[in-house]
Structure formats: structure tokens, C-alpha cells
Design a protein around this ligand. Sequence first.
Ligand code: WT7
Length: 681
Amino acid sequence: MADHQTPSTLESRLSEERVFEPPASFVSQANMTDASVYERFDRNYPAAFAEYAELLVWDREWDKVLDDSNPPFYRWFVGGRLNASVNCVDRHLESRGDRIAYHWVGEIGDERTLTYRELHRQVNEWAAMLRGLGVRENDVVTIHLPMVPELPIAMLACARIGAPHSVVFGGFSAHALSSRIDDAKSRFLVTIDGYYRRGQMLDHKKKGDEAIERADTDVEAVVVVTRNEEPAETLELVPGRDWLAKDLLEKHAGATVEPVSREASDILFLMYTSGTTGQPKGVQHSTGGYLAYATATSKWVLDIKPDDVYWCMADIGWITGHSYIVYGPLSLGTTSILFEGAPDWPSKDIVWKIAREKGVKLFHTSPTAIRMFMKWGPEPVEKQANDFRLMVTVGEPIQPRAWKWYYDHVGHGDAVIVDTWWQTETGGHVIVGLPALRNMRPGHAGRPLPGIDARIVDDEGNEVPQGSNKAGNLVLCRPWPGMLQTLYGADARFIEEYWARFSDTSSKDWKDWRYRTGDGAYQVHGDFRIMGRLDDVINVAGHRLGTMELESACQTVEEVAEAAVAVKRDEQKGHVPEVYAILKEGASRDGIEAKIVRAIEEEIGKFARPSRVHIVDDLPKTRSGKIMRRLLQNISNDEALGDTTTLRDPTVPVTIREQIAREPAKTREEVATEASDIELP
Ligand code: WT7
């Protein structure tokens, strides 16, 4: 959704903004300090990307860096063969087997430490267990786990046997899980009995049971991890279908599984994400291109060194966790923190305390978390003296004020900040200044990475010239190794969603194809400032949601005749959805707001809850009957109404606004209290 900033207001703000240089102490030790890298990749595109592939170990070297014979279905490092689990685990055994891969910190004060050797043992046992249950190469395994060590272990075990994983964020509901199982025709599910949130054990397995019941796909086997030594009292197993991981693993104790050698363009995983329709999209990532890209960007952008301790506070259930908690950092052999808990439990300094105790040097989080820390004031962070070398922000545009707070209070003015723009689809960072080579401009993601060709085009596809101070659609004009291969089983939709609008789809020349990011952007001195989504995708506290998904969820409430979702700006979460609904003739209004909220929780998950539900008599519609969400947006954000001339009845938005002004503030508070849990992206 476009942030309603106009270039002229941006410009006046920009003139007040300072540019920050990376400290000399950072530059002198950085992984990437060669200023000619940009020029080298441009001159030598696409061959230069071999530098990324060379960071991996291959069973067989690639014949060709890029096969572009059938755009937009590009194949990277063709002919090469490799295994991702070997790259993330086995290759470190000899030189650094005793190095810690993960420090896991549980919510109730329990901790587990996994060395690379221990990780290797468990990944092998898991791989043997999955095989034993009938998982074969190319079978999709759905993993619905919270932040427990078994999550990366299960992913790597899948990678070892060539079974693509489809990790579904633990906060997704049974319904959401079930539609992802069906789309991937996934016959295997990994879940857990429960996990902790603010000291409470939550029943998680029941979501899996309900999802399987709803799904059309026949789920053959369910592996159930146990959060504690003993299974939770609530746990029920379906005989012949459900297996306790710990029972099966005992049988496979000490097993080793020969890693399956995968072709570079074989699928490593699927990650479902929201688009402009209600149906989630199965973003498909390759083994070779993706892993090379995640590894290289972890090295050059995040400046990860094998001896670092690094903490990315995202959830592995989203792409950030896949690339920058699992594949990139492990491929580089570093130590990461895994954190089960909420950032304010048991105290507001828990994050900084863990970071200090574990010696974290690289810290990675989102603007929404930074705004939350800001709200708590500098005391919790300053109490725990940390010394970060580099700090990352990802997920949404960061306001210069939040950037500055992060810089001053978390980084003490001497840590580098990298604002990393990318998407589930891009596999890894795309627009971000290489930290030792670029100055930092708060609020700007920076310059495209080497080899990336990012441009801004108007709605007709004409390029907006650099320096013209105009905003437009952000497009990527060259293939890159981390890019999605397609949408799983939906090639036509892949072209439709990402390419058709700004490409010549009849061309066989990649130069005629431009990838549509869906974001609006603006360029200043070659640095990109991202303005946010231009399509019907919204970003709530770093979680990506489709307005259509939310609206279809509202439609499941019997009394609802029609619903529209507007996006309201929110100081904490960035954006929050607000629902406007019309009820059917004669339907009861009793408790209807709560019903709608519950439907959204059920269809998507608690993290998608709207901040407010408005029951209205009519929705603003054009003469052809299209709902004008833009006007609802104006109402939600207390803005002047935009153009209403195309409305069938121009009085409708005015009436809605008056009605809302009369609504008791309580409605908002009631819904908001429930929605206040902090779930990190
Ligand atoms: C959308 C992608 C990238 C991993 C997490 C989100 C927004 C992401 C930034 C940033 C401004 C950003 C964009 C993008 N976004 N990073 N640094 N500055 N906006 O992945 O769920 O696929 O969402 O997040 O709007 O399109 P995702």
C-alpha cells in the first residue's frame, strides 16, 4: 500500500537528513571492501555471479552461470550439483565441528546449545526418520513449528534427502495451514505438541489436526516434536498417522544418511506468501542459486565472519529466517542465537541481556521491533552494555527517527546500520548499501547490490529518469541467483503476478523482461527510498498480508454481506488493517465485531487481527460496483477524502466518517487490547 508521501514532502525532509559514514574500525575489517565490485559485476554480468557460487562446495561444478533461454524461467549454475545440508553442516565438521551453530534460548529460561557436530548428528537422524516414514526426493514436507531447534534441524534434514520443505509460520491458523498443505499436495507434516508464550504453554498440535481434517490432501504421516522432555498433557496422537519424534529418533540413533546430490535448479523449498488474490502463492526457491545468494549476501552485507556471534530476531517461519538464520549463517559456519520467546518476557531487557551474555556482535531486527524498543525508552538497552559492530533492519521502510534511535541507543553511534530491502521472492537482499563501501542515509535502503539492475518506471512502464525526483514502480531488470523460480505449480500466475505488467512477454531476450516488485520507490543520489506496497498487499508489523485474504476471512461470517479492508498507519506496527463491513438484511449486530475478529484469527492467524471493525450501512462504490478502498483508507487515517467523482453515491464516505466519529472509543480499545501481543516478523 503506498505510503501517502509525496516527493515534495520527502524532499524537504531529506534536506534535513544527515549522511553517516561507516566507522574506520568497521571498514578495516569488513568482508567486502573492494569498491570496484559494482563495476565488475556490471561489466561481467552474469558471469561475475560465479563469485557467489564459489562460496559453496559442489559435488559437480556448473557448466553455465545462467541459462536464460526461456525467460522468465531462469536457471542458475546449470549442470552444477550440490547438497544444501552439506554446505550448511558437513563442510564445517573438520575445521570447526565444536563451534556452536545455535544457542537456543527458551522462554522459560531453558537453553540448548548445538555445535556443528551435534547439528550434524541430529540432521542425519532426522533425515533417516523422514525417509523411514516414506519421504522421497521431491516430496514436499510441511513444517509448522515455532522457534525451536527442531525447526532448522527438520529443514536441513529435508534438504539432505532432497525433499523441498514448506515452512508455515507457527502463528498461522489451521485453515491457513490446510490451504498451504493442499496447494503443495504435501503428504507429510512436522508439528509440535506446544510452545511457550509469556510463560503460557500453548497447544499447537491441534492446529495441525484441524488442518489435516480440512485438507483435501491425504496427509500420511505427522511427526510431533515435544517441547519438553514429557509430551504435553493435551497431546493426542492419531494411531498410524502421528509419531512422536523422540520415539522414532531413538530408533535412528547414530544413523548417517548419504546426502542427495541435487541439481542446482532443483527445488530447495517453498515459502507461501500473500499476493493480491485470496490464494497464497507458493514461492519456489532453487538449491544452487538461492544458497549461493543467501551465503554471499550474508558475507558481504551482514559482514558475518565464522567467528562471529550473530542474532537475527526474526522467526524462521518467514523468509528472513530462512535466508538469514538458517541458510546464510550456517553456510558461513558462524554462531547464531535462536530465541523462542517474546522480547518483553520476563523483562524488557531480555533481548539485550541475552545478546550481552552470548557476546552478540551482529544484530538483526525490524523497524516494528525498533519502534517497540523506542517506546520502552533507552533504559533497558543501556542497562546491558552491548557492543554491536553491525545492525540490520528489514521488513518495511524505517522512519529516520527510528533509524537514529537504533543508531544512537543500540549501536552507541559506532555500529554500522544496514537497511536491507528485499522480498520473499528475491531470496535475499537486493537493495542495500554494502556497509564498508557506502554511507548511510537514514530511511534509504541504499543502492542495488552488485549485478542488480533496479529501476523506477511509471504506470505505463516508461523509465523515470534518475534525478527527476519522481516516485514510481520499483522493477528489477536483470535476473539474479536468489530469485524465485516460479510459483509452485502455477507458471502462468507467476508471469501474471510479477512480469506481465512491465515486460514483453513474447520475447525470448531477458532484456525485455522486468520483474515487478509491487513496491513504490524514489531515488535520491542513486540511493533508493522505498515507499511501500503499491498493490493490495499490506505489511503489518513486518508480516505480509493480502487485503483479499482478510476480506475473504470476513466473508466467512454468516451475517456479513460485504467487507472491505483499509490500511491504517500505526505508530507501532507500521500499518494495521481496519475492517468495514455491511451486514445482510435483518442480520443481528450482536457481538458481530468479535465474530469478525475471530474469523480472521481462524482463517489466517492472530497476527492478522484488525485494529477496528466498523459495521456500516453502505460502502463507497464506483458506478460499476467496485469498492473504493482508497476512500476508506482516507477515513481510517483521518485524511481529506480523495476524488469521489466516480462514486455512485458520493455521500457514502461522508456518512461513514460521521458514523465513525460517533462510535464509542471503546470498540477500538476492546479489539486493540486483544491484538496487542507482540509477535515478531
Ligand atoms: C515487502 C516484502 C524481506 C524480508 C521480510 C519481508 C517490504 C522489506 C524493506 C526495507 C522498505 C521493505 C517491501 C517488500 N520491505 N524490506 N528494508 N525497506 N520496505 O518479506 O514478507 O516478502 O515482504 O516488505 O514492501 O515488498 P516479505
